[in-house]
Design a protein. Structure first.
Length: 417
């Protein structure tokens, strides 16, 4: 459904919601009454089935099964089983994705492995505006390796022309965390592979927001988190992808027992497991991992193309309403206006962005803030409604025009923004 008419009103948005083929999914989530939640790009909402599933895991599998549940409840298979399910969402084959650790830890593992299989190359190429933790991980790895490698950040427009035979791995985030701008995965991956560089994508703001086909794009390596659009819960386990043909060459720098070929043989020397399993390290966090599985099972019931169409329409509606009602208030749309080049979020700039966001949150309109002046609004298509977007923008106008943001307590930043 389109939202091109500049005179869209609230009743029209309610009509869009009644026609929405994904409307049934909202009932699958536990959303507080009176709250407009537009921060699924940072922490996804709670699927209703997560609570009974975790109750079952705690009371029956852990409480009664005890240690037997590693076998009887298939806990041991969870990283690979859930990884195979995520593979279906990101265009990978079974055996190419495994769930483990955090995005940062997985990135460290894959970068270290990539440098090892590219011994004659010394650069990790990335962009200056990459997600900061990705830059930190790369910098820390290079420092640990004693100066034999260099992290080379360049501006977005310089990425492809900076690729040459000295680049070991190109590390990029597919959807920019601040602006929502989407890289052309196929084109950039092809450019990297043309010069023999490995391509590593961070999918943290992509999976569940933008359809991905890693195999079709020829991607070598990828990481992603489970708690944003995938709705796995706060701090949910992350996942990593290694293309099948690269797996035997990859060695993890974290050679933990779960990545051993025979963990329960307790051999004194490390032997890497075959395939993707060698990228595991410690014991899987079963409670959070099985919470993630509930959300992934829900995603597997969703038409991803339909979800993408809806997220694009929600973003278009948001931008249209901001232009109509807030442009004269010092509120500026940041990032792509063309939905094809935008993830499932829109960022706005305002000189008092942090304080405005605090005021919005206190009114039950939840987004988040990123320094120096960006207000981010995410449109998770599984539970965000068109009327939510309409009401959020009109709430924004009210907060700005009434100067509701100008309260002393909003001057002090909270630990999490």
């Amino acid at each position: 459904m389109g939202v091109d008419n500049p005179s869209v009103d609230r009743e029209t948005c309610l009509s869009f919601d009644r026609q929405d083929p994904l409307a049934w999914l909202r009932e699958e989530f536990a959303l507080p009454e009176g709250v407009i939640y537009l921060d699924g790009n940072s922490l996804g909402a709670l699927p209703k089935q997560t609570v009974p599933r975790l109750n079952e895991v705690i009371a029956r599998e852990w409480g009664n099964g005890l240690i037997r549940s590693w076998n009887a409840a298939q806990w041991m298979e969870a990283p690979a089983r859930i990884g195979d399910k995520i593979a279906r969402l990101i265009g990978a084959k079974a055996g190419e994705v495994i769930v483990a650790d955090s995005t940062s830890v997985n990135l460290f593992k894959l970068l270290a492995g990539a440098l090892r299989v590219q011994p004659g190359r010394h650069f990790i190429l990335t962009e200056t505006s990459n997600f900061p933790t990705d830059l930190y991980i790369a910098q820390g790895l290079v420092e640990m390796l004693g100066g034999n490698h260099v992290v080379r950040p360049v501006e977005r427009a310089e990425i492809e022309r900076s690729l040459d035979g000295s680049v070991a791995v190109l590390m990029l985030t597919h959807v920019d965390y601040a602006t929502g701008e989407v890289h052309d995965m196929r084109r950039i991956t092809a450019a990297a592979r043309k010069v023999g560089a490995l391509m590593l994508w961070d999918l943290s703001h992509s999976a569940g927001a933008v359809p991905i086909d890693l195999n079709a794009a020829g991607v070598d390596l990828a990481v992603g988190c489970g708690y944003k659009y995938l709705n796995g819960g706060p701090g949910a386990p992350a996942y990593l992808f290694v293309a099948e043909g690269l797996q035997d060459a990859m060695q993890s720098p974290l050679s933990g027992w779960m990545g051993h070929a025979a963990p329960f043989e307790f051999e004194p020397e490390y032997r890497p497991a075959p395939g993707i399993t060698r990228l595991l390290a410690g014991s899987p966090p079963i409670l959070s991992m099985l919470a993630l599985e509930v959300a992934i099972d829900l995603w597997l019931r969703v038409d991803q193309q339909e979800a993408r169409r809806k997220s694009m329409a929600l973003g278009d509606l948001f931008i249209q309403q901001v232009d109509e009602t807030c442009r004269d208030l010092g509120v500026e749309v940041v990032g792509p206006r063309d939905a094809a080049h935008r993830g499932s979020q829109v960022s706005l700039r305002h000189k008092e962005g942090y304080r405005v966001m605090r005021a919005l949150i206190d009114r039950g309109i939840i987004g988040d803030f990123r320094t120096p002046d960006l207000m981010r609004f995410g449109f998770a298509p599984l539970y965000t409604r068109y009327v939510d977007v309409f009401d959020a923008v009109h709430g924004l106008r009210e907060v700005v025009t009434s100067r509701a943001w100008d309260r002393p307590e909003y001057k002090t930043r909270l630990a999490v923004t």
